[in-house]
Structure formats: C-alpha cells, structure tokens
Design a protein around this ligand. Structure first.
Ligand code: FES
Ligand code: FE2
Length: 419
C-alpha cells in the first residue's frame, strides 16, 4: 500500500529503545537498509547513530585539516575545533608539522587559549604545566621526583603533509595513506598546491546532521534546480553523452599542455586498512576557463599549467574531505560533525603563493561562485534536515545522476557496520 500520510510506514524511532541495546538497534537499521535508496530518519536524528558515526568513521579516518601555509613560520600555531575535540596544529622550530589535542595531561584544561599565534611552548593556564610545540611536557611544577614527564606529553595525532595539505588521523593505528598520497601527487601536485597559499576561508554552520551536508556535496542532481550560477559554467548537469563529448575535448586540451592528471577510484572500506580516495575530472562548458561568474580567469595559473584546459579535477577523500582543482585556484571543503543535528562546513580558497590580492586576483570575484553556491546549499541542506525528522519520512530511490551519493552511502554503511 502506498500514498497518503497514513500509507507510509513510520520508521522505528524510540519504539525498540527500551528492550534492546543501542548497538542492536543500529545493527537492525543497517540490515533494514534498502539498497539503492537513501538513509532513513534515525541516521540523521538518532544520537546513538551519531556516536557510532564518530567512533567508527570520524575517529578512524583521515581528515584534511588545513593548508600548511596557515602556519608558515617556525613556532606558528593554529587551533582547530572538530566537534568536541580541539586540535593544535603547530610548526615546530625545526619546521616539522605536529597536531595535538588541546587537553592538559594534568587535569584536562585547555592548554592553548589563543586561536592563532607563534609560540615555542604552551603553558597550561591552570597549574602551569608547560608543553613544547611538539607536544612534549617540558616542565611541571612541584611534582614528586618519580614523576615521569616523558609519559605526560600532550596526546598527539598522526599527521601527513601532502602537496601542502595537512591531514590528521585520531586513530591509534592510522589507515594506510599511500594510495591517497599517490593520487594527491597525480592531481593536486599537477596544480601546484604545495606552493599555494590560502586566499580566503569561510565557515558555514549548518543546522543539519553532517551526512546531509556531505550527501548534498557529492551529488549534482540538485545543481540544475538549486544552483543556476554554477550551472552556467559547469557541465555536470548535462546528459551523459554531452558530458563525454565535453570531457574528451577537455582531455585533449590538457594533453596538449603536456599535463597528465591522475584519476582513480580507491573507494574501498577501511576493512582493508587503507584510506579511501576517489578522483575524477569533468569539463566546464566550451570557452569557460575556470569557476568564475563569466568563465574568465580569476588568478594566475598554478603548478604545471601554462594555459587553461577548461577542466576541473575533483577529489573525494575519506568521509569528510573534498578538493576541487581549477587551473588558477583550488578549493578545500571540510565537513565537521558537531552534534547529531549540527555540523560545519569550511571552504578554503587557494591561489598560487606568489599571487597578490588586488594585483593578481580580486577576492570578491575569486570567492563569488562558491559563496553563492554554498549559501544555496546551506538552505537546501537545512530544508532537508527539517524534512527528514518527520516520522513519516521514507527515503526514495537514488537517481542515476546521484551515483556518487549512492557510493558514499554504501561506503558509510559499511564503515559504521563494522566493529
Ligand atoms: S590542568 Fe593543566 S596544569 Fe593542571
Ligand atoms: Fe550544491
């Protein structure tokens, strides 16, 4: 039976809560998932599933935290908030990059109380334990003789810096990153991201579960109706045969520039111990050079590009990090879960490090497209967040144009389904 409010089957919400454990309840929802369909209400609304997301996905996978140009000099640091966690990103005196939790090993106070700065050490404001900017405990006042400083450094995270991008993993044993590194060299490396700088950053708080934001990012079925500005220049909206034609022309232009850009689908689950990455290319419309209002250049060419190829390279990495490369600028998208009902999206605009604002690029023009697009995305994500809390919400089938979303959902379900 179908149709009409009361024809719909309300999804189980709290009905089973008292009799079975949260884990059992989640496992039943995983089994009940209908392949080819979207996620049901509890995946966006249930605090136990949010906790499962954190345990099995967020704290297991790698995340892009920043471009390293935000801490250019020895002893620079910046503080990042990722939900309930705070991470201090530092460049030590020897130039190495470190990431550590902002939690004192004495009684847990925040040791770094500034958003950004330059410091050789962090002195806890509570009892003045003092940590070096590599996380090591250097001094602890009036502690007994047998106190072992070397056992009480700040907890550090695994860090990799690849093509200027800083990645962190909270996992004790991080997922193998070699496939990711190779594909980042073959994509961002060609665009010169290692010698880029941050032109602008903007954070968007969203009243929505984090998965609604990511699902929206990975599909372009909504681009036609929701993003008229984006659809003026980006061809993803077109039927497949037209896209293939445009892509072939783009590849010929890239090839004529002597540039080979990698693509590949390593979207395996963490079961095999490796981080997932997917990179693909797509064309802008004929004559469009980059992601700008009028299709015209925004900034000096980057990396190996001596001319525009009219293409875009898109990278999906782990569960929360997404990159977009144009010949003259780059974009980093960070998705940060906060609570079951809220998240944050940070957009970071990259240009060549030598480019000067005002002389080589106009910041308003550079940021126009993705600001307009992200304002529209915020609205549709929040519309969806308010819709899916209905106990009568039943997900529909994923459309053929939403294949990346389908893959993301399947990957996500496998991730949170395994212990
Ligand atoms: S909590 Fe940091 S020194 Fe006591
Ligand atoms: Fe969008």
């Amino acid at each position: 039976m179908s149709g009409g409010l009361y024809g719909a089957t309300p999804m189980p919400a709290s009905d089973l809560k008292n009799d079975i454990t949260a884990d059992d309840r989640i496992d039943r929802l995983l089994v009940a998932h209908r392949p080819g369909y979207g996620l049901t209400r509890p995946f966006y609304h249930d605090p136990d599933i949010f906790e499962r997301d954190m345990d099995r996905l967020f704290f297991r996978h790698w995340h892009c935290l920043a471009h390293e140009s935000v801490i250019p000099d020895p002893n620079d640091f910046e503080l990042f908030k990722l939900g309930a966690e705070q991470v201090i990103l530092t460049r030590a005196g020897d130039g190495t990059v470190h990431a550590m939790l902002n939690v004192c090993r004495h009684r847990g106070a925040e040791v770094c109380t500034q958003q950004k700065g330059n410091a050789k050490a962090f002195v806890c404001p509570y009892h003045a334990w003092t940590y070096g900017n590599d996380g090591k405990l250097k001094a602890a006042r009036l502690m007994p003789k047998d106190f072992r400083r070397e056992e009480h450094g700040l907890k550090t995270l695994h860090v990799r810096v690849v093509e200027g991008l800083v990645f962190i993993s909270f996992a004790e044993t991080p997922l193998d990153f070699s496939e990711v590194e190779n594909l980042l060299h073959a994509t961002c490396g060609q665009y010169g991201w290692a010698s880029a700088k941050v032109a602008h950053r903007q954070s968007y708080p969203l009243d929505a579960n984090w998965k609604l934001a990511v699902e929206n990012y990975v599909e372009c079925y909504h681009c036609g109706p929701a993003h008229p500005e984006y659809s003026e220049t980006h061809a993803l909206e077109q039927p497949l045969h037209l896209i293939e034609e445009l892509n072939a022309k783009m590849e010929a232009r890239t090839c004529a520039l002597g540039i080979e850009i990698g693509s590949g689908n390593h979207w395996q689950t963490s079961r095999e111990g490796r981080e997932a990455i997917h990179a693909f290319r797509y064309a802008l419309y004929d004559g469009v050079k980059t992601g700008s209002k009028d299709g015209q250049p925004l900034a000096p060419l980057m990396g190996r590009f001596s001319d525009f190829d009219g293409g875009v390279t898109s990278v999906h990495l782990g569960g929360t990090s997404f990159l977009v490369c144009y010949a003259d600028h780059g974009m980093i998208y960070r998705f940060i879960p906060k609570t079951v009902d809220t998240c944050e999206m940070e957009l970071i605009w990259l240009v060549d490090a030598k480019a000067e604002e005002g002389r080589d690029y106009d910041l308003d023009k550079l940021t126009w497209l993705w600001k307009v697009t992200t304002d529209e995305d915020k609205a549709i994500i929040e519309h969806t967040a308010r819709g899916v809390v209905s106990r009568f919400f039943e997900p529909g089938p994923i459309a053929p144009m939403e294949q990346n979303e389908l893959r993301y959902i399947e990957w996500y379900l496998e991730e949170i389904g395994r212990a």
